[in-house]
Design a protein around this ligand. Structure first.
Ligand code: DX5
Ligand code: ZN
Length: 243
């Protein structure tokens, strides 16, 4: 089943002095989800914001809050992020020894459960928790900072995960260095959910945000491989692309 492309701007790249306005701006500019990068200065070498900031921006938009927890330990904080208004809570496979338990805890809180893989972590790390997942997040940078360069090495991992996921109802998200220039390759590899921070907030005006989101979406759509099974009857021998 081919899922519609989701564009999830990361508010890590927003102007924190005007965070509320920035959230409203990307909502209006066409963001499907709002990606919230939580960093603790321990799991990653940077500190961003916590549950209280998410709680404060929650009333500003009805869009999905896609909360990426780059923290360790993670279990003690799941309840706070759920209460703050997270809709999807993604934990790192590398953040602790008990990933299966963390994913169960997220679903027990009534939220969608995601796992994120650092660039060095193979897709096999999630082989035994696939049925606990609503989302897999492939890091295409080493987590901790926005504005880094996309790691091409991860395209093969994205394709392998697409194959692992099969027909399961799991979104495949990519995060780090995603731009309008590589979005087609990211989607062609099998991703359906694209995080972008600096590539969305580039330009700083609301009109720029809309243009940036639209450009990433158009590029991603252009990279999608037509489904074989949806070939429509056409002239003999003609291969008709999926609608
Ligand atoms: C990095 C974060 C990413 C990052 C994306 O640790 O998880 O979401 O903010 O920012 P860009 O798109 O600028 O790489
Ligand atoms: Zn992120």
């Amino acid at each position: 089943m081919t899922r519609e492309i989701i564009i999830a701007p990361s508010i890590l790249a927003a102007d924190f002095a005007r965070l509320g306005e920035e959230v409203t701006a990307i909502d209006t500019a066409g963001a499907d989800w709002i990606h919230c990068d939580v960093m603790d200065g321990h799991f990653v070498p940077n500190i961003s914001f916590g549950a209280d900031v998410i709680k404060s921006i929650r009333p500003l938009t009805k869009k999905t809050f896609d909360v990426h927890l780059m923290i360790a330990p993670v279990d003690p904080y799941l309840d706070a992020f759920a209460k703050a208004g997270a809709d999807v809570i993604t934990v790192h496979a590398e953040a602790g020894a008990h990933l299966d338990r963390s994913l169960q805890a997220i679903r027990a809180l009534g939220k969608k459960a995601g796992v994120s893989l650092c660039p060095a972590t193979p897709e096999s790390a999630i082989e035994y928790v696939l049925d606990r997942l609503d989302l897999v997040l492939v890091m295409t940078v080493n987590p901790g900072f926005g504005g880094q360069s996309f790691l091409e090495s991860q395209l093969e991992k994205i394709a392998r995960l697409r194959s692992m996921i099969g027909e399961r109802p799991i979104r495949l998200e990519v995060d780090g260095g995603v731009t309008r220039d590589n979005a087609a390759a990211v989607a062609a590899a099998g991703a359906d959910t694209l995080v972008a921070g600096s590539a969305v907030f580039r330009g700083k005006s609301n009109a720029d945000y809309a243009d940036n989101i639209a450009a990433i979406r158009v590029a991603a759509e252009s990279g999608r491989v037509p489904r074989e099974s949806s070939v429509q009857p056409g002239r003999a021998g003609e291969r008709v692309r999926a609608r």
